[in-house]
Write a protein that binds this ligand. Sequence first.
Ligand SMILES: C[S@@+](CC[C@H](N)C(=O)[O-])C[C@H]1O[C@@H](n2cnc3c(N)ncnc32)[C@H](O)[C@@H]1O
Length: 146
Amino acid sequence: MNSIVTGDFPYIHGFSADEQSRLVRQARMFESTLFSHIDYSGAKRLLEVGCGVGAQTEILLRRFPELHVTGVDRSSEQLAVAERNLGATAWCAQRYALQQADAADLPFAERSFDAAYLCWVLEHVPSPARGSAKFAAYSAPAPPHT
Ligand SMILES: C[S@@+](CC[C@H](N)C(=O)[O-])C[C@H]1O[C@@H](n2cnc3c(N)ncnc32)[C@H](O)[C@@H]1O
């Protein structure tokens, strides 16, 4: 039985091992559809909000070999599994950083990144529109020098 496992904060899907492996299956199932519309070639530093167990992180790093991904998640349980999954994947080595943070209060300066990605996350964030605007600001390109 897939029971809800409570963790650091209330989260509808919980943090059971079944749920964590579901995230990996889900990411792979939707990969070709989703990434047929996404192109990060040219980006170097990507912020992934709500990276979970690193299922999308692995895909990003595999598809875009120039990328470094900073994955943040509110859950220490998810991040521990992300570290295990990505640490066991050769092409991810030294190309990611994981950090515990709330999407509503990210510890980054604007323009710290040149791209941002989130998937299956906004429905868990209290103010999705405000959050999206902030994620865009973290990843906005610097204005041209005059
Ligand atoms: C459905 S999972 C998706 C994970 C990953 N994006 C993927 O597609 O595999 C949602 C993730 O958002 C995280 N999350 C929920 N609320 C959050 C918040 N306020 N700030 C950061 N992460 C949050 C959860 O811990 C969970 O890992």
